[in-house]
Design a protein around this ligand. Structure first.
Ligand code: GTP
Ligand code: MG
Length: 273
């Protein structure tokens, strides 16, 4: 039996699952759970001390699901407490704050912490991850846009939702899709159904979009040395255009990346004799 298979009483009837929340301190993990379970929002920050535990029941198709939620503290200080709770998990709610780039950049470190705690025999492949880009109500402070978050999530085969624990936007849809995916996983013998596990774009496309987004100038964007010839610029442009053309590439952010590449080429060719 798979290590992270849930306990099941009768096939087709009730199911018990374990879900954990992960992400930096103050990104809104506890508020997202509270919004869904208690339909309310608390604006005062009450840091989770170690772990908060709760049980809730949900209905998915004909099954009653008993969900054990372990809401983790994001502060590094609580590492020793939360590291006990990673094992035997079927679902992870991975949260970042769209106004805090650090919390988005930290997502990889959260996955690494979980992987380390699960040890060499732990299997992250057969866990459903949902990424919550939270606090979307704070539009003025937003610094991680949707396509950047979606690209990160979908290139890993994770679900992605834009949420606000304050207004409730996206919260019910997120939990519903999350639980349905977990039930699908359980009914598939504890393995992620193939439709969820593979992205509809390649790693090369995702990496290229990220590289373009972070490039410092037009040369860098096309991946050529400053002072490159017209031929070199055109060759680099053609390669990127084939990879990212909106007719061929469905990766989040590909349209903007394609436009940026067209623009970079125009700018460079104007100045090359
Ligand atoms: P730790 O328990 O320390 O790991 O933090 P946490 O991720 O559980 O954060 P928590 O849910 O306690 O929320 C942190 C702060 O962000 C609180 O002041 C919340 O009121 C606020 N907050 C949470 N979600 C939202 C949101 O969607 N919008 C806005 N505007 N504020 C939010
Ligand atoms: Mg908390």
């Amino acid at each position: 039996m798979e290590a992270n298979m849930p306990k099941r009483k009768e096939p087709g009837k009730s199911l018990r699952i374990k879900v954990i929340s992960m992400g930096n301190a103050e990104v809104g993990k506890s508020c997202i759970i509270k919004r869904y379970c208690e339909k309310r929002f608390v604006s005062k920050y009450l840091a989770t001390i170690g772990i908060d535990y709760g049980v809730t029941k949900v209905q998915v198709r004909d099954r009653e699901i008993k969900v054990n939620i372990f809401d983790m503290a994001g502060h590094p200080f609580f590492y020793e407490v939360r590291n006990e709770f990673y094992k035997d998990t079927q679902g992870v709610i991975l949260v970042y704050d769209v106004g805090q780039k650090d919390s988005f950049d930290a997502l990889d470190a959260w996955l690494a912490e979980m992987k380390q705690e699960l040890g060499p025999h732990g299997n992250m492949e057969n866990i459903i991850f949902v990424v919550c880009a939270n606090k979307i109500d704070c539009t003025k402070h937003r610094c991680v846009d949707e396509s950047e978050g979606r690209l990160w999530a979908e290139s890993k085969g994770f679900l992605y939702f834009e949420t606000s624990a304050q207004t409730g936007e996206g919260i019910n849809e997120m939990f519903q899709t999350f639980y349905v995916s977990i039930v699908d996983l359980c009914e598939n013998g504890g393995k992620r159904p193939t439709t969820n596990s593979s992205a509809s774009f390649t790693k090369e496309q995702a990496d290229t979009i990220r590289r373009i987004r972070n490039s410092k100038d037009s040369w860098d964007m096309l991946g050529v040395k400053p002072g490159a010839s017209r031929d070199e610029v055109n060759k680099a442009y053609r390669k990127l255009a084939v990879l990212l053309h909106p007719d061929k590439c469905v990766a989040p952010g590909s349209e903007d990346a394609f436009k940026a590449v067209v623009n970079a080429r125009t700018v460079l060719l104007k100045n090359i004799k």
